[in-house]
Ligand binder design. Structure first.
Ligand SMILES: Cc1cc2nc3c(=O)[nH]c(=O)nc-3n(C[C@H](O)[C@H](O)[C@H](O)COP(=O)(O)OP(=O)(O)OC[C@H]3O[C@@H](n4cnc5c(N)ncnc54)[C@H](O)[C@@H]3O)c2cc1C
Length: 382
């Protein structure tokens, strides 16, 4: 018997879809990853290609020109990318944006933007974080002021995934600065040739080198009043909160796949590399470490799969989603650290998958809500 990590929900149809996804990832993403890591983004062509193949927004209804699948289709893509250490393009943030439209947008907003997101014609980003506000989202300062039939936006955002390439940004703003949660709204901003909108640097991060994480600046940026997500002011914070289980499950899916990818690449490496007249795999320490890692991978797979199934059934609560984000991202950090150790000095080289996975894993404990915030959310549900 060989240890395998097959998702419990992967039926025959999804396995066929997985073949398409893996072919795309291996032939069109992987060969360009090194170049993307040097330039700090994957470029628009890859997004358009993903759209053509139907792998973007795969869980949005066909009525909006999208895939018509469910979250398992999304998970297939995140899994295929994460186990190969591909973190440049962020289809997950793109899908999160699509879900804000699906769950909270007006019918006209859905019709207007969802098909373009699915085609990869515009790249989606969500801009919450500001230089002075991260975890405490109710404290955002970016202001959207109603003037006639338009909103005028002023402020700045930082750490925005897909920010450099984004054609559509959901901007979390204050429509009433005297209020915290109730003063928060989400504005839809189409960025092309938009006066007063500026993208800052692609930020120089320790990992996720191919991902265009950027600063965004809004200087009297005007958008029509129809661009208020859902059409009513003061709903932004509640819209953000209600989509959290979706975002946190994605982080769990990525963590489980990254651990399995790290385990597999380490197993291959230690069976090949020799020291003291035997392979590294022959040392009892190596076999025991890998036995523990394989066990962690199985436990993660079981918990993540359970959350995926609950999410698809509409039964995943915020506390459980926070648990999967917390636990799997912590395990990802620990497992990949141990896998790197078993590679010796080669593990520290960017040329090796495990080295890239090591730096990329670190952010999983911070974004999507820092793990300390996850502990708070879980504790509150006790
Ligand atoms: C690569 C990358 C991509 C990102 N992508 C996006 C994006 O697409 N859109 C977006 O809006 N943001 C994005 N972010 C921002 C990310 O979500 C924030 O960095 C995160 O929410 C933490 O906010 P902060 O950095 O301001 O840290 P702070 O809020 O200043 O917190 C610092 C630390 O304080 C501790 N802490 C905070 N609150 C509590 C608490 N309640 N209890 C105990 N301890 C606490 C935690 O240890 C936390 O890590 C991204 C960040 C990075 C680095």
């Amino acid at each position: 018997m060989t240890i395998e990590f097959r998702p419990s929900w992967l039926d025959e149809d999804l396995a066929m879809y997985q073949d398409t996804v893996v072919r795309f990832v291996e032939t069109e993403m992987l060969p360009n990853d090194e170049a993307a890591r040097h330039q700090g983004h994957v470029g628009h062509d890859l997004w358009k290609r993903a759209g053509e193949l139907g792998v973007l927004c795969s869980d949005i209804p066909e009525a909006y020109g999208d895939g018509g699948g469910d979250f398992r289709h999304e998970a297939v893509l995140y899994d295929a990318m994460s186990r190969r250490g591909l973190t440049g393009m962020s289809p997950s943030v793109h899908s999160i944006v699509a879900h804000y439209f699906l769950n909270h947008g007006t019918e006209a907003q859905k019709q207007k933007w969802l098909p373009r997101l699915a085609r990869g014609e515009i790249v989606g980003a969500i801009a919450m974080t500001e230089p002075g506000t991260g975890s405490d989202l109710q404290g955002v300062r970016t202001r959207a002021e109603k003037r006639g039939n338009r909103y005028v936006i002023n402020g700045s955002k930082t750490f925005i995934t897909n920010g450099y390439l984004a054609g559509l940004v959901l901007v979390v703003c204050k429509t009433d600065p005297t209020q915290r949660a109730r003063g928060t709204s989400i504005l839809i901003v189409e960025t092309k040739d938009l006066k007063g909108y500026r993208v800052g640097r692609v930020l120089d991060k320790i990992g996720l080198k191919a991902q265009d994480t950027s600063e965004l600046f809004f200087d009297d940026v005007e958008v029509p009043e129809e661009n208020l997500l859902g059409g009513a002011e003061g709903q932004g914070f509640f819209q953000l909160m209600s989509d959290l289980p979706y975002e946190r499950t994605i982080i769990g899916v990525m963590a489980a796949a990254a651990m399995e990818g790290a385990y597999q690449t380490t197993l291959n490496y230690v069976r090949d590399r020799k020291a003291f007249g035997q392979t590294i795999a022959d040392f009892q320490n190596t076999r025991f470490r890998l036995a523990e890692i394989a066990t962690t991978c199985q436990v993660a797979r079981a918990f993540v799969d359970q959350c995926v199934e609950k999410l698809v059934a509409g039964q995943l609560d915020t506390a459980t989603a926070s648990m999967v984000k917390l636990w799997s991202s912590e395990q990802q950090g620990r497992v990949i650290d141990e896998c790197l150790q078993l590679h010796g000095g080669y593990g520290y080289m960017n040329e090796y998958l495990v080295g890239r996975m090591y730096v990329d894993a670190r952010i999983q404990r911070i974004y999507g809500g820092a793990n300390e915030v996850m502990r708070e959310v879980i504790a509150r549900a006790m």
